[in-house]
Design a protein around this ligand. Structure first.
Ligand SMILES: Cc1cc2nc3c(=O)[nH]c(=O)nc-3n(C[C@H](O)[C@H](O)[C@H](O)COP(=O)(O)OP(=O)(O)OC[C@H]3O[C@@H](n4cnc5c(N)ncnc54)[C@H](O)[C@@H]3O)c2cc1C
Length: 415
């Protein structure tokens, strides 16, 4: 077993502090690991690969069997974009993540990021388009500007008004969610990582040198811990009182009226509630969803109601308005919706992620609050978590994702 950079010491019961209020007494597992991971969905599966690649002994737990439809990675596909208008901090991270997706494709033997381009459409004088243009120009990203007619000539699927522009980013595209998570688990297992599914973690405790992870009937020990529990992270870091809120989101798939028009379109987006969509996939259709909007849930385990008309009508309205050959007029559009699903966003107040050490334990790190835009960064978050854990810091520019920005008191008064 490799040794971590902090000194090992004899187990000292008094030194353990709980990270969750319930204390569990269970039989210890005989094996001791370098790193335990709670949550093997998006971020946890990539973290497992990164640590396995660096030669550490790793065990990862998930309460379900990812990919699944209960957390934040349901729906099959995710947008990869670089020209972030939300703040330039993400532009550099998205570029670096793009390189890591390409590396992951080589390692995992399957293409995960499909750089088919992304088309942003909206009134040329409004913030939605101007912010993307500004981001591209500030960060020297190549971005092609198209008139409404040029958009139609190139992609007759889109019929936007004359005063709209199209911005085309050839570097953007979509990521295959299920292939990413499945192939990460497979590769992690090949590197010796133990991926244990349908194993809800009931609690954990840490001392300066060790952690204990409590399962229903077992206790696992490790030198350090990564918490990547998505919408459930607030429960596992209860004592930090993280300002996280869980939002229910809805996705719909349309069966296109004119399928050939929608097979080769880029990823696309419109200003209304930042509605976005993907090219048609045979058997599934054209996926569309609203980034803005959605209803808050009391917590991640609250019942999530099935999508209804109030969720899906706004998407149908946009489809009818800008893509009449997708689902026809608004009155007919709902009949072309062939599938829908729900998914959870874990929101922070500023919609920036939290990636940091636990304020009391240098051997515990966590990543949460991905606020509906984290998937594209998964291999980069994995590198950041591994760096923070193993080296105490990272050279990746993630300072703006620190816990202390949200509430300086949180980091000082914790536990
Ligand atoms: C509808 C929708 C669309 C999105 N679109 C995009 C997009 O286009 N581009 C983009 O970049 N991002 C997008 N995102 C965001 C992105 O998918 C998330 O940021 C990302 O999946 C979050 O990963 P995670 O690892 O935090 O959560 P998850 O992938 O949900 O993983 C958390 C895991 O922890 C497990 N877990 C929790 N508690 C426990 C416990 N006690 N014991 C054991 N296991 C536990 C859960 O079962 C789960 O598998 C979207 C999200 C949604 C919902």
């Amino acid at each position: 077993m490799l040794h971590l950079p902090w000194p090992s010491k004899e187990t000292d019961e008094a030194a353990f502090e709980t990270g969750i209020t319930t204390k569990w007494a269970a039989a210890p597992m005989t094996r001791h690991y370098d790193v335990a991971i709670i949550g093997m969905g998006t971020m946890g599966s990539f973290a497992a690969v990164e640590l396995g690649r660096r030669g550490f002994s790793v065990v990862g737990f998930d309460q379900f069997a990812p990919p699944h439809g209960r957390g934040s990675h349901s729906g099959g596909t995710r947008v990869y974009r670089i020209a972030y208008p939300e703040g330039t901090g993400y532009v550099q991270l998205a570029q670096r993540a793009g390189e890591l997706w390409d590396r992951a494709a080589e390692q995992l033997g399957t293409q995960l990021l499909h750089r088919i381009g992304m088309l942003y459409m909206g009134p040329s004088d409004q913030a939605f388009i101007r912010e993307i243009e500004e981001s591209a120009s500030t960060n020297r990203l190549s971005m092609e500007t198209l008139s409404a007619r040029e958009v139609y000539r190139r992609y007759p699927a889109f019929e936007i008004p004359e005063n709209y522009a199209g911005l085309f980013d050839a570097q953007a595209g979509w990521i295959d969610v299920d292939a990413s998570i499945r192939s990460s688990h497979e590769y992690a297992a090949a590197l010796g990582v133990e991926c244990l599914f349908d194993q809800p973690v009931k609690g954990w405790e840490a001392s300066a040198t060790d952690v204990r992870v409590y399962l229903q009937n077992q206790t696992v020990t490790a030198a350090s811990l990564i918490i990547t529990a998505g919408a459930w992270t607030g429960n596992l870091l209860h004592d930090l009182r993280l300002p996280l809120a869980v939002k229910r989101k809805v996705i719909g798939w349309f069966d296109p009226l004119v399928p050939e028009l929608f097979a080769r379109i880029p990823v696309f987006t419109f200003p209304e509630n930042a509605i976005y969509g993907f090219p048609s996939v045979p058997g599934l259709g054209v996926k569309m969803a609203e980034h803005i909007g959605g209803s808050y849930l009391p917590h991640a385990d609250s019942p999530v109601s099935a999508p209804g008309p109030a969720d899906l009508d706004p998407i149908s309205a946009i489809a009818a308005r800008y893509m009449p050959k997708l689902a026809g007029a608004y009155s007919e559009a709902r009949s072309r919706l062939q599938r829908s699903a729900t998914c959870l966003y874990t929101m922070t107040p500023d919609e920036d992620f939290i990636v940091d050490h636990h304020p009391r334990f240098r051997n515990v790190v966590f990543a949460t609050g991905f606020s509906g835009h984290g998937f594209k960064f998964a291999p980069l978050i994995a590198v950041a978590l591994a760096d923070l854990l193993l080296e105490g810091k990272t050279s990746l520019p993630i300072g703006f994702l620190s816990l202390s920005r949200l509430s300086p008191q949180v980091s000082q008064t914790a536990v």
